[in-house]
Design a protein around this ligand. Structure first.
Ligand SMILES: [Fe+2]
Ligand SMILES: [Fe+2]
Length: 416
């Protein structure tokens, strides 16, 4: 066992055991049958909310209305009720079926108990009253407590992810948390409203808040379905291109993977990384317009044949032009055979005149060509390809892109 994984285990168990301690030192009061029934209703609503949670389109995570219901339980029925409901009513089916490793299940339970304990402490410290949310005085303590709950949740989870995947906390925070926080903070006023409604009309009324969420869930699922169809179509199209030439089998998929890794390494925004992945998948789509006799030719090209082969970049760009969602990337396809020193085709662009997307795809494309067998040459090893990329840095390729590609090869490709 490495030091890192020992540290991860230590952390997971420390959070799990602290949380269990919090849980068992805060036993809810079950004396009053009416209150007990209300707590059961809230626990049921939280469980239902977890089932109806809506996945985020980007990255991991889901949004559900169960967190505001947990706050409702804490404020109206006291910290212990909140802690138990936060920790236990959020158990998912896969946790119960033990499809998730037990330490992780316990970590999550413990973490949620700790978060709710922090919520209750903050709420009390800010002057909030349990048993009912006073309006408007109670709203600020409530909002601050909800922020503490959310941040504690984000921090405890990010540390676990960072330790487990051995990536820096800053990068976990940047890729998984920062963009998520506004979504979660937007739920706080809704949370305050839910507490106020529940204290007037009883917890079951909170079910009404689930309706818009269910509608959102339905439309989001349709959107994801559609996006999957789109992905499959793009993948099918790229396979069709590669299938025309048995030597390039899987070429487009690999170029898409390398280009996306490269774009990420160059710290481009997530949307651009996705766009580069799609466009790279289709970078050779223009080969549909090239005759088989040229495409499948084993020997070297005549001048005319080479001129015709070159046309695939322009044809591909024209195909992308008519695809509304990919039109922005048409120039990346058009210029994926340009060279940094201005000796490429079709326009002999040089340096930064070549769009960055095209420079990225060019590097990914050549790296795959180097490391797979072709009729005219045997494949290079990854180490040899690294040397070749460095040799052509500043002539064929953008030096900054090559530097990033070397890091991508070391971090992702050699490790496979
Ligand atoms: Fe090409
Ligand atoms: Fe290619």
């Amino acid at each position: 066992m490495t030091r890192k994984s020992k540290l991860t285990d230590l952390y997971i168990w420390a959070v799990a055991l602290t949380g269990l301690l919090v849980l068992f030192t805060n036993i809810p009061d079950f004396q009053n049958p009416r209150k007990t029934l209300d707590m059961v209703v809230l626990a049921f609503l939280v469980a239902l909310g977890e089932m109806a949670s809506v996945p985020f389109v980007r990255g991991r995570g889901t949004v559900s209305v169960s967190t505001p219901v947990i706050y409702t339980a804490g404020v109206l029925y006291g910290p212990a009720a909140g802690i138990w409901i936060s920790s236990l009513a959020t158990l998912r089916k896969k946790d119960l079926q033990l499809k998730v490793p037990l330490p992780i299940v316990l970590f999550n339970r413990g973490m949620l108990a700790i978060c709710m304990e922090l919520f209750a402490m903050t709420y009390r410290l800010m002057g909030g009253q349990f048993g009912g949310l006073s309006f408007p005085e109670g709203v600020v303590p409530f909002l601050v407590a909800a922020s503490v709950y959310t941040l504690a949740n984000a921090v405890l989870t990010s540390v676990a992810v960072s330790l487990q995947l051995q990536i820096s906390l800053a990068s976990v925070w940047k890729s998984n948390v920062i963009w998520l926080l506004p979504n979660l903070f937007a739920l706080f006023p809704l949370g305050a409203l839910m507490v106020l409604v529940a204290q007037q009309a009883g917890p079951l009324v909170l079910l009404l808040f689930y309706m818009p969420l269910l509608v959102t869930k339905y439309s989001l699922e349709k959107y994801i379905e559609l996006r999957d169809v789109y992905n499959e179509m793009a993948a099918a199209l790229s396979t069709a291109i590669d299938a025309r030439d048995s030597y390039t089998h899987g070429h487009s998929e690999r170029v898409a993977e390398y280009a996306a890794l490269l774009a990420k390494e160059l710290k481009l925004p997530d949307e651009q990384v996705e766009m580069i992945r799609y466009v790279a998948l289709l970078h050779d789509v223009g080969k549909v317009g090239i005759r088989d006799s040229i495409l499948k030719k084993q020997g070297s090209f005549t001048y005319d044949e080479y001129e015709e082969m070159k046309k695939h970049a322009e044809i591909g760009a024209d195909i992308l032009k008519v695809m509304k969602s990919l039109a922005k990337g048409q120039d990346w396809v058009r210029y994926h055979h340009e060279r940094w020193d201005g000796t490429g085709f079709p326009k002999k662009l040089r340096g930064e005149e070549i769009p960055l997307g095209a420079r990225i795809i060019a590097c990914a494309d050549s790296f795959d060509a180097m490391t797979t067998d072709r009729p005219y040459k045997e494949k290079m090893s990854f180490e040899e390809a690294k040397k070749e990329l460095l040799r052509c840095s500043g002539s064929q390729f953008d030096p900054k892109v090559v530097e990033a590609m070397i890091r991508v090869i070391d971090k992702h490709i050699l490790r496979k």
